[in-house]
Design a protein around this ligand. Structure first.
Ligand SMILES: [Zn+2]
Length: 313
């Protein structure tokens, strides 16, 4: 087995490249500009950026955060986004190493274990890329582009569909209590009578319902807020983003994201009011907090949900 550090290094480098692309998305998508044309250029003097001035993180330091042509400062957002994406990808690569090491050392689990874990890993990596981008875009422009949120929902459904392909014939069935409901045709021949939904249907349908449920829940909260406070608390983009988190992670991690996001936004709001920098009508970029909540939920959500479920048992 290749050592873990090799996985982490590969993930880090891949993350730097994706982070660099993410910076292009952040600069151009809210303005609805093309992602490919024109090529990278200084927004001040329009001079094209040379390849050796376009190396993620490193170039920003070598140029001392200034354009080589006009000397205008380059925002620190560029290296930070690249570094954050790189770290996110390195963490996912380390998780991938854990999955593969477990899989190669013991073959006791169900056949779908490795493909499931790997696909979930890819989903988390994609989610991090999208959330880091959305967090910065909402903070800077107040916009959450559909090209990120809707694409994320689509990718989530595709990945869960791909997971379903690897399900074994009797894995993940939704079973009804025996002797109460008798179905004769659903499920597989040797398991008649108690299968409600077969694995793939339950998996894909459940994830689509999760995304839809998260979307509707946020629409309801938005409506309630408008009724009570007579102003807009969040946009449709926030609801689409939560649906995206649900599509890529599942329903409960999405709820956890919302909880963390609302908590962080409230703390920040109280902090601003206390410092006299905001009143009760100031607007917060809620999407940025929701994105941060999503990143936390993607990282530690499983453990929190498990601990909570054990508490209730
Ligand atoms: Zn310039």
């Amino acid at each position: 087995m290749t050592p873990r550090i090799v996985y982490e290094a590969a993930g880090f480098v891949l993350g730097l490249i994706f982070g660099s692309f993410l910076n292009v998305c952040i600069s151009r998508l809210p303005r609805q500009a093309s992602l490919v044309r024109p090529g990278s250029h200084c927004p001040e003097c329009e001079a094209p950026i040379r390849w050796y001035d376009n190396i993620p993180v490193l170039s920003w330091f070598l140029l001392r955060a200034r354009c080589r042509d006009c000397g205008q400062p380059i925002p620190w957002r560029y290296p930070v986004v690249e570094l954050a994406t790189a770290i996110w990808f390195a963490i996912q690569a380390a998780r991938l190493h854990t999955v593969l090491a477990f899989y190669f050392s013991s073959h006791t689990g169900p056949s779908s274990y490795a493909p499931f874990a790997i696909l979930a890993n890819i989903a988390t990596a994609i989610l991090g890329f999208l959330l880091i981008g959305l967090m910065v875009m909402d903070w800077q422009t107040g916009l959450l582009p559909d090209s990120f949120t809707l694409t994320g929902i689509l990718l989530g459904v595709c990945l869960i569909g791909l997971q379903a392909v690897f399900l074994g014939p009797t894995e993940d069935q939704i079973l009804l209590p025996e002797n109460r409901i008798h179905l004769t045709s659903a499920g597989i021949p040797n398991d008649t009578g108690n299968v409600f939904l077969t694995g793939p249907e339950a998996l894909v349908g459940g994830r689509i319902l999760a995304a839809l449920g998260a979307f509707l829940l946020l629409l309801f909260i938005r409506w309630l807020y408008r009724k009570l406070r007579h102003r807009e608390g969040m946009g449709l983009g926030d609801a689409k983003m939560l649906a995206m988190i649900a599509a890529l992670l599942g329903f409960w991690p999405a709820m956890l994201s919302f909880f963390f996001g609302a908590l962080a936004a409230s703390i920040y709001g109280v902090f601003l009011v206390a410092r006299g920098r905001a009143g009760s009508t100031s607007k917060l970029p809620f999407g940025s907090f929701l994105a941060a909540g999503g990143l936390i939920a993607a990282q530690v959500g499983d453990r929190i949900i498990d601990a909570y479920a054990r508490l209730l048992r």
